[in-house]
Design a protein around this ligand. Structure first.
Ligand code: PRT
Ligand code: ZN
Length: 283
């Protein structure tokens, strides 16, 4: 049975459950329980505080897990990042009060920075040759300058609204982070095989999120123009239509430049464009 760790209750919980479910693994979701067995896969979901996950994976208490890269790096544990998962995206930043004249990290020398990320901050300031004082705190960093505890903070930011509403401005990025998939160096051979199957499914789900399936009608003579627009396109399916000189073309496009591609397709005369989500991409 693969023991798979996820955050018990927090920002990564819903998307971690959702990802496992999208892999076709069925379980009864229960926020309160430590262990939730899957019904159709030899896997047990185990819920912990995110801070506990890296050491449990390192010790082999759990075989694999989803956790924020920031948590793993702050704890100084070295895991191979099996995969970045595309959610829980944030930045660890240094921020100062809006009215402060400190606008770049080199001006932080001699100042106090409050943070719950002392190791990552320390590595950053020593790399930049800044001799600031790190003030380790356990709670909300954003209030530290307002109550006179520090001149700056180092904290995670996603939308930026917490910084904004506390009158702070972001002056440097210490690291970019997102949810990652990690595996224990102590995993057994049997469970590694289960983990590989799970990772295969996760890859298929993530690839599908990055792509869309497009169907369109186009004058047959213009098909080479469509192929030029979509250079990554290996083999579009082309189906003749009853309408003389026209074909239907089906293909897969990347979500990154999706709207530009749609605009260009319309310009060259594509009609009846249908866009469908893809559930899995197996390669
Ligand atoms: O109870 P437990 O210890 O498990 O949870 P936690 O409170 O330590 O963590 P949680 O649930 O807040 O975050 C879990 C993980 O989500 C983090 O380790 C990051 O990898 C990721 N993540 C992504 C974030 C954010 N975005 C984020 N914005 N973690 C925290 N924040 C906080 C930030 O600290 C600040 O207080 O949200 C606030 C800023 O948000 P914005 O949107 O106003 O910028
Ligand atoms: Zn935590």
């Amino acid at each position: 049975m693969l023991r798979f760790g996820i955050q018990k209750s927090g920002r990564l919980t819903d998307q971690s459950f959702a990802l496992i479910a999208e892999c076709g693994i069925r379980f009864e979701r229960s926020n309160g329980r430590l262990k939730v067995p899957a019904w159709n896969f030899a896997l047990e979901l185990m819920s912990f505080r995110d801070d506990d996950i890296p050491s449990y994976v390192a010790d082999g208490v759990i075989d694999a897990a989803i956790v924020g890269e920031n948590v793993v790096r702050e704890q100084g544990l070295k895991f191979d990042v099996v995969r970045t998962l595309g959610f829980g995206k944030c930045r660890l930043v240094i921020a100062t009060p809006k009215e402060s004249s400190v606008n770049n990290p080199s001006q932080l020398s001699g100042l106090r920075i409050a943070t719950t990320y002392p190791k990552l901050l320390s590595a950053y300031i020593s790399e930049k040759n800044i001799t600031a004082e790190i003030h380790e705190i356990s709670g909300a960093a954003e209030i530290a300058p307002g109550i006179g505890l520090a001149d700056a903070i180092c904290d995670l930011v996603s939308s930026g609204s917490t910084l904004f509403s506390n009158g702070l401005k972001d002056i440097a990025t210490v690291m970019f982070s997102e949810a990652i998939l990690i595996v224990s160096p102590k995993i057994s051979k049997e469970n590694l095989a289960l983990f590989s199957e799970l990772d295969f499914r996760i890859t298929a789900v993530l690839s599908a999120k990055k792509t869309k399936y497009i169907m369109l009608n186009i004058e047959t003579e213009k098909i080479p123009l469509v192929a030029n627009l979509l250079p990554g396109l290996k083999s579009p399916s082309v189906i003749s239509l009853v309408r003389e000189g026209w074909s239907a073309l089906h293909t897969v496009v990347d979500e990154d430049n999706f709207w530009e591609i749609i605009g260009s397709l319309k310009e060259i005369g594509a009609e009846g464009i249908l866009v469908l989500p893809i559930e899995k991409v197996i390669s």
